[in-house]
Design a protein around this ligand. Structure first.
Ligand code: MN
Ligand code: MN
Length: 478
């Protein structure tokens, strides 16, 4: 007995039992330092990539620097070639061609780059009591009251009737103004405080303060609104009707910040799901000539059902895989549908999305043995869904075992569990849409505190091991 203790070996009984330790406790100094460095790069990328459009644009820019080219420009593809396809500027698919032919299947990482936010309504601008507002319509699942009394920024594009594409980004530069949604003062909030949290602030209350100085003209009907329209026209060349063809998103104006004296965590807008999209992108960028063709897919519209031609249900992502296979087989005239379908059956994918982190304050919604804990690493989520696994794309057990084997071989710790207690609620990811084609898909991401809040929190050590896991998966899965 004493000898075993000396060697630090666990007893047979302990070796059999599963352990999910805190990784800040078990990691060496070098790993923690590498995690801190990786987090710096992530924060810098996140600060300039708050919307799906910005994430896609910055990803393409980074990819081009590494030699990726638009797949349109390639007639054939050979091992080591790097290509990408923009999906309407809001989604992205990238690949590094492997040594094995694409007909053997792909290794795919799939994340989403849209995050909950407030979108402008198609006719958003109005004046009320000498103040000018934008009407918004929230996008994705939010607690509406969380979006009041915080500095907000406006990001997006306006397509004018004249055919111009105008980019807008206001509220990020320290010299920029920000926008704001008011809340009722506590002194008069007695009745409001008695309301259900879902009714404290309604969808129609999420009106953004955008101006308060009128034009100097007594004949103008809405002088305050007219003044804002003039500013918008001077700066962007847009008129009020152009809002109908605008895609303008309201997001928190804050930058990503470290949390804690020890800087263990990061607070930022949009960790869901950019905290998975970023390592999915970086692990692909680390490939030069992989065994199997490696693909990273960054989709849009996940938060509202993965519809639209930029969402995961769009054929464009599948078209990209078809094009990879065709061009790797000698050209698009060599394409064979059955060969493609079989390649899909042999394709392996990680649906890379975040999960909830256990929060002791809200312990009652979690099942403590089956939940993810902050800083205990990535979570293997065999199934998602709600109340009886409804809507879940459950991964096959043999596929899960292959992945845990790869993680073991690469000394990457992991944890597992469900989102929360069975009857409390649930959620889904893009895995179900991808699995339709016959590929094996498993959900793997890291835990987040306050998911879908304007500012969410993740652990740096989780992010780092997630990157290592994605890299190990695309390099070793077959
Ligand atoms: Mn997500
Ligand atoms: Mn989400």
């Amino acid at each position: 007995m004493a000898e075993k203790k000396k060697s630090g070996k666990k007893s047979k009984e302990l070796e059999l039992a599963a352990e999910f330790p805190n990784l800040y406790k078990t990691a060496g100094k070098a790993e923690i330092s590498a995690a801190m460095d990786f987090a710096e790069d992530y924060k810098a990328f996140l600060d300039i990539s708050k919307t799906e459009r910005e994430f896609v644009k910055n990803s393409i820019e980074a990819a081009r620097e590494l030699g990726f080219v638009d797949i349109e420009h390639k007639k054939t593809l050979k091992a080591g070639d790097k290509v990408y396809k923009s999906v309407k500027g809001k989604g992205l698919a990238l690949a590094v061609i492997g040594v094995e032919p694409c007909e053997n299947g792909f290794n795919i990482l799939g994340a989403h780059v849209d995050s909950p936010r407030l979108d402008l309504k198609p006719n958003p601008l109005y004046e009320d009591n000498e103040t000018v507002y934008f009407k918004t319509h929230y996008y994705g699942g939010i607690k509406k009251y969380q979006w009041t009394t915080i500095p907000l920024a406006l990001h997006g594009v306006v397509y004018t009737a004249g055919g111009n594409e105008v980019e807008v980004c206001v509220g990020e530069d320290p010299s920029d103004p920000v926008f704001y949604i008011t809340d009722l003062l506590i002194h008069l909030g007695n009745e409001q405080m008695g309301k259900k949290a879902s009714e404290v602030v309604t969808g129609e209350d999420l009106n953004l303060v955008i101006g308060g100085i009128p034009v100097d003209d007594k004949d103008v009907k809405d002088p305050y609104k007219a003044a804002v329209l003039k500013i918008l026209n001077d700066k962007y060349g847009i008129v009020e009707k152009d809002f109908v063809s605008a895609e303008l998103e309201v997001v928190p104006a804050d930058k990503a910040r470290d949390v804690g004296f020890d800087r263990a965590y990061i607070a930022a807008y949009g960790h869901d799901d950019k905290v998975c999209a970023y390592p999915a992108l970086m692990s692909l960028f680390s490939q030069e000539k992989p065994k199997r063709t490696c693909v990273t897919i960054l989709t849009d519209k996940e938060e509202i059902g993965s519809y639209a031609n930029s969402g995961a249900q769009s054929a464009i992502y599948e078209n990209f895989l078809m094009e990879l296979l065709a061009k790797n087989s000698g050209g698009i005239d060599k394409f064979n549908m059955l060969v493609f379908r079989k390649a899909m059956e042999n394709t392996k994918m990680l649906s890379t999305d975040v999960t909830s982190a256990y929060d002791p304050k809200y312990a009652s919604v979690y099942e403590a043995r089956n939940t993810a804990y902050m800083s205990r690493g990535l979570k293997i989520e065999k199934y998602t869904g709600a109340r009886g696994k409804s809507g879940s794309s459950e991964a096959n057990g043999d596929f899960v075992a292959k992945i845990t084997e790869i993680l073991k071989e690469n000394s990457i710790p992991w944890q597992t569990g469900e989102l929360g207690k069975i009857d409390v609620g649930g959620g889904g990811t893009i895995s179900a849409y991808m699995a339709k084609s016959g590929m094996d898909v498993l959900d793997m991401g890291i835990p987040v505190w306050s998911m879908h809040a304007p500012i969410e929190v993740i652990s740096k050590i989780d992010l780092y091991y997630l990157y290592l896991a994605y890299k190990a998966f695309i390099e070793n899965m077959r």
